[in-house]
Design a protein around this ligand. Structure first.
Ligand SMILES: [Zn+2]
Ligand SMILES: [Zn+2]
Ligand SMILES: [Zn+2]
Length: 350
């Protein structure tokens, strides 16, 4: 018997808590959609999300406007029984047309109310203030009793019907300006790096280390700012704000400056020496002069070693493929090319 009763109670409870005359899904955010109005035939329900608090908590206020010119809307703070209702001021009783067994009906309370709330005809009252967190769905069940005064004394109210409204309010905090600025700075940095080459060429000034320095400094300063924001909010690692900023920090950490190393292409070697201004003919004559000098010398080895450095310089100036003055002419060949090669080889053989 007890089991049966328990089952029945559970059944009734389940029926009460799941049943609603109308359900509304609402999404509120702190950006463009902080308010929403639900229009019902007998009342308007106004929802407004409060400014986000530092800790990421939000509040949604629920206001109710009674559109009827004669009926009263009542919300109850507790599950009153008929006997208690009758003793209230004004005295409340069920109308004949109201369903259920007379004398055994119980009011369905509205969670979050502190008193019985009467919204008079054509009036707008604040009924609830729902605390919530970013990303949460607040489920708010509002049993509205529609009543009317019996007689003109306004001492007795008759309950005509009950309408249960269920609100599913999803609250979302859009990223704040601080985050958007930091994220923008990250995007700019990535974009800039895509066009940057850190030149590894030894001859490049400034050095590779110095080239990277401003980027490392910028990454460090952005990470420091992120740490400060997290510390300021006192976020736990499970908080949405923490995750958002931490993700940005990870993105900054994953920037690999080494990937942007390479050669800037401005250090291509080209030959330059004191003989570049000479023509191949003039170079030939210089080599020939040296040749004659060594040839006629009493100590050819000594004479050769005296001039060999210069001879090599002259010869390299003709043969170096990057010599701007001679490379093209040398490739084409010609009279002086063979003459120069001949003199050079002869000098070497002394
Ligand atoms: Zn370079
Ligand atoms: Zn040269
Ligand atoms: Zn040259």
């Amino acid at each position: 018997m007890i089991k049966k009763l328990l089952f029945l109670t559970m059944f009734i409870f389940a029926a009460i808590s799941t049943y609603a005359d109308e359900q509304f899904k609402v999404k509120l955010d702190n950006d463009n959609h902080s308010k929403e109005t639900i229009e019902l035939p007998y009342c308007n329900i106004f929802l407004a999300m409060s400014e986000a608090a530092e800790d990421g908590n939000v509040h949604v206020s629920v206001e109710m406007e009674n559109l009827d010119e004669s009926n009263v809307l009542i919300l109850f703070d507790r599950a009153y029984i008929e006997k208690v209702l009758k003793k209230m001021r004004p005295s409340i009783t069920y109308d004949k047309i109201f369903g259920g067994t007379k004398g055994r009906r119980t009011i369905e309370s509205c969670k979050g109310l502190k008193n019985v709330l009467l919204v008079p005809a054509s009036e707008k009252y604040k009924v609830l203030d729902l605390p919530g967190k970013d990303g949460e769905v607040l489920v708010c069940r509002i049993p509205i009793y529609i009543a009317k005064y019996k007689g003109k004394s306004m001492k007795k109210l008759l309950l005509l019907e009950k309408q249960v409204i269920e609100l599913n309010i999803e609250v979302e905090l859009k990223p704040d300006e601080v985050y958007l600025n930091l994220n923008g700075a990250y995007d700019d940095l990535v974009k800039e790096l895509a066009d940057t080459v850190f030149c590894t060429n030894k001859r490049h000034r400034p050095s590779l280390e110095k080239q990277k320095e401003p980027y490392i400094a910028q990454i460090d300063s952005l990470k420091k700012e992120i740490d400060e924001v997290i510390a300021r909010h006192n976020w736990m690692s499970t908080d949405k704000g923490y995750k958002l900023y931490d993700e940005l920090k990870c993105k900054l950490d994953s920037i690999n400056l080494d990937e942007r190393e390479g050669d800037c292409g401005k250090h291509t070697y080209s030959h330059r020496c004191k003989y570049c201004s000479l023509s191949l003919q003039q170079i030939y004559h210089k080599l020939d002069d040296y040749y004659q000098k060594i040839y006629s010398s009493s100590d050819r080895k000594a004479a050769k070693s005296q001039v060999m450095n210069d001879v090599n310089l002259l010869y390299r100036c003709c043969t170096d493929a990057t010599c701007k003055r001679h490379a093209r002419e040398w490739r084409k060949g010609g009279e002086y090319k063979s003459k120069i090669i001949d003199r050079y080889n002869r000098i070497k053989q002394f």
